[in-house]
Design a protein around this ligand. Structure first.
Ligand code: B12
Length: 656
């Protein structure tokens, strides 16, 4: 006979329970005895505070509420069959939420372990590696000291401004204060090893190889070096990987470590950050080594990357990772991926940070979690988690709703499990052979044709030489601009949109274009026959430090003939107003990558209205979380998905 237990949603006695460590597992004596006898669920203190239903009973199969790494998390990730319930799978949770959950400041390793146990995880997360080293952190902060610092609870963090480069050449490389991996702080691993309760393990969060290299070099410079100084790129990867692998070896020595997440964002919403070829050459061999060392110690290897990974999913599986996290909903179809690869890897994540977790209600979060559990949970192989992390701007109630939903809907056998697979269209995976199949721009052997070719292939020195040659042969500067440079950059934009060019190629082409423009701009200005397409004031809105996409938009706008006044990142509304007034701008172009900061686009539009400028300038918006509906809501004149479309939109806005 099946044994069921009855779960008092909230018993009055819970209200009287004081928050302390023992209350995770125990409560008042009589309830505890009753619970033991009847196999009642012992609710966590949090449940009591957040459920409004008293004495509602539900019939559920008996499930342990204790951490159970081996039989729950590992079983799910390694697809060894259905565990007792769907495990939780997040790695990064902002300290403000942890503190609120515990009801007190989080100061000690004991506090940390207590949080992860109470919240329902089977592991406690310990971060280590280059990202936590004072050498890299210190260097970052020094370089951009004027930068806005963001307060993360008790720690301040800062990011390197994209176009500031810490390591430009071999001399910088040699002079950089590389951390000694043996001197990094492993004390958390020691403390957690002592503190984790039976059934719980440590999740080592190891980061990062690809990201560390470009953070240190600046993405633009890194992208240039991929073609101009591959030896330095090689050396950087070697050095960073050597450090990270030593860190990995150190943490694998701890028996209590059950899994390691290697987090490295190799993609963004639209595409991979660099081409699959570059990833295969510089990055994947190290990933393979990471997974190999983790497996050699009998532990689980998890890979995390934001963005659209479709093109390299088979590569990541071949690297040996056991599971992948977090399947950003905007970029990847998690259900299709589970169908395609669910027999080879565990699937973690997907609860949408773009809308549901950040702007939705707790009910919407629960509904999305329920749907994901039912679609992805059958047979195991799925852990519920956010589509990136739980930053401080996720409302606390939504975070609780995510935690609650595994208890509410995640018990096996799943009550609402989806029927086995109706056929879905496979995810489109572009291969190298697919590349360069689109009709190319018509290019002849003339000097202008060769100049176009130089821009398309990102060859700045050739672009300069050919421009000089064209000028010497008597071709008008305006003709060079309109008939060679602009068509070439338009083609670059198209190739990026079709997935044939990656960010590094676009940056290289923009550099080649600049080399040509530098020669012809003074001549065009001197001739007095300046044909200005328009002026754009561009910036990433206040609170947001992402600038790679914004820079690309700027380059593409310049490539299509606009003058661009780039205000940088974290730009307050007033600064946009001043720049519009000072430059008589035609367009304000706003970029935002965070769900919270995109709301500041509205603040800029309101400020333009207040300053009486709104009728005079057009406003266009873009960035990963932005869409056409949002653009309408905030009263912008247009939205574009990417830099190339942004430049076309700008032309339309100025009536071209
Ligand atoms: C690189 C990156 C970072 C870098 C940024 C470095 C830099 N100098 O820019 C660092 C590490 C600093 C970072 C930090 C953080 N990040 Co971040 N980051 C990314 C990542 C992986 C890639 C962004 C990128 O550069 N893409 C490449 C460029 C080319 O694409 P793009 O920016 O989208 O731009 C294109 C289009 O959107 C468009 N576009 C962009 N702007 C504009 C403007 C106009 C007018 C137009 C027309 C078009 C347009 O054209 C561009 C080119 O085609 C994304 C993942 C993702 N899916 O995007 C997360 C992401 C943006 N980050 C995220 C988060 C959560 C954070 C942090 C809060 C992490 C944390 N927990 O601390 C911090 C916040 C820091 C801050 N206050 O800004 C989330 C945001 C989620 C959300 N919806 O709120 C994302 C989406 C990751 C995810 N999976 O959820 N991040």
């Amino acid at each position: 006979m099946d044994r069921f237990w009855y779960r008092p949603k909230v018993h009055p006695v819970w209200g009287r329970i004081r928050r302390n460590w023992r209350q995770n597992f125990t409560c008042s004596r009589s309830i505890y005895r009753g619970a033991k006898k009847h196999q009642w669920y012992l609710p966590r203190v949090e449940d009591c505070f957040h459920s409004r239903t008293f004495f509602r009973f539900s019939r559920r199969p008996a499930v342990s509420q204790h951490p159970d790494f081996e039989n729950r998390f590992k079983r799910a990730v390694l697809r060894l069959g259905e565990p007792d319930r769907v495990p939780l799978g997040d790695v990064t949770i902002d300290i403000t939420h942890k503190q609120k959950f515990l009801g007190r400041p989080l100061r000690t390793p004991e506090d940390e372990v207590e949080f992860w146990v109470k919240a329902g995880f089977d592991y406690v997360v310990a971060e280590v590696g280059l990202q936590t080293s004072t050498a890299i952190q210190g260097a970052k902060v020094n370089v951009e000291a004027q930068y806005a610092l963001f307060d993360y609870g008790e720690t301040e963090r800062a990011w390197v401004e994209e176009n500031k480069t810490l390591i430009r050449d071999e001399a910088d490389f040699e002079a950089f204060p590389w951390p000694n991996p043996d001197q990094l702080d492993y004390s958390k691993f020691e403390a957690y090893s002592r503190l984790v309760p039976p059934g719980m393990k440590i999740m080592g969060a190891l980061g990062k190889i690809f990201n560390s290299v470009w953070w240190l070099m600046g993405f633009q410079h890194f992208a240039e070096c991929l073609t101009e100084n591959p030896a330095l790129v090689e050396k950087m990867f070697h050095k960073v990987a050597e450090i990270q692998l030593r860190v990995l070896d150190r943490i694998l020595e701890f028996d209590a470590v059950g899994a390691v997440t290697h987090a490295d964002d190799i993609a963004y919403s639209e595409a991979l950050m660099i081409s699959p070829d570059h990833l295969r050459r510089y990055v994947f061999p190290w990933f393979k080594e990471v997974a190999h060392r983790i497996h050699a110690k009998g532990k689980i290897a998890i890979f995390h990357s934001d963005g659209k990974l479709d093109q390299v999913m088979p590569d990541l599986i071949a690297c040996g990772f056991d599971a992948i996290h977090p399947f950003e909903p905007k970029a990847m179809d998690i259900v299709a991926n589970k169908r395609m690869y669910g027999d080879k890897i565990g699937i973690i994540g997907n609860i949408d940070l773009g809308y549901t977790l950040t702007r939705g209600t707790p009910e919407e979060v629960m509904a999305e979690c329920r749907q994901r559990i039912n679609e992805l949970g059958p047979g195991g192989g799925y852990c519920l988690a956010s589509s990136n992390s739980i930053p401080e701007y996720v409302p606390y109630e939504n975070f609780l709703a995510l935690l609650k939903s595994v208890h509410e809907y995640g018990h096996y056998p799943l009550a609402g499990a989806a029927q086995p697979a109706e056929e879905v269209a496979p995810v489109e995976v572009r291969t190298e052979e697919d590349a360069h199949t689109s009709p190319a721009l018509e290019i002849d052997d003339s000097v202008l044709g060769q100049l176009m070719e130089a821009v398309l292939s990102g060859n700045a020195s050739n672009a300069g030489k050919l421009t000089a040659e064209a000028l010497e042969s008597g071709i008008e500067p305006q003709i060079i601009f309109n008939q060679a440079l602009i068509p070439a950059m338009t083609e670059v934009g198209r190739l990026m949109e079709t997935g044939e060019y990656f960010i590094p190629q676009v940056l290289q082409s923009a550099k080649a274009m600049s080399a040509a423009v530098e020669l012809i701009k003074p001549l065009i200005l001197a001739s007095g026959r300046v044909e200005r397409v328009g002026k754009v004031v561009l910036g990433t809105v206040q609170g947001d430090l992402h600038d790679i996409g914004k820079n690309l938009v700027g380059m593409m706008l310049e490539g299509r003939g606009f003058e661009v006044i780039d205000l940088g990142v974290n730009v307050p509304p007033q600064k946009f107003i001043e720049a519009v007034q000072a430059n008589q701008a035609d367009i304000v172009a706003l970029s935002a990558l965070l769900t919270t900061t995109m709301l500041n686009m509205k603040a800029v539009i309101e400020a333009l209205k207040e300053a009486g400028l709104r009728e005079r300038v057009k406003v266009m918006v873009g960035g990963a979380p932005v869409d056409a509906r949002f653009a309408d809501e905030v009263g912008a004149d247009g939205f574009a998905l990417n830099a190339a479309a942004g430049a076309s939109l700008a032309l339309k806005l100025v009536g071209r």
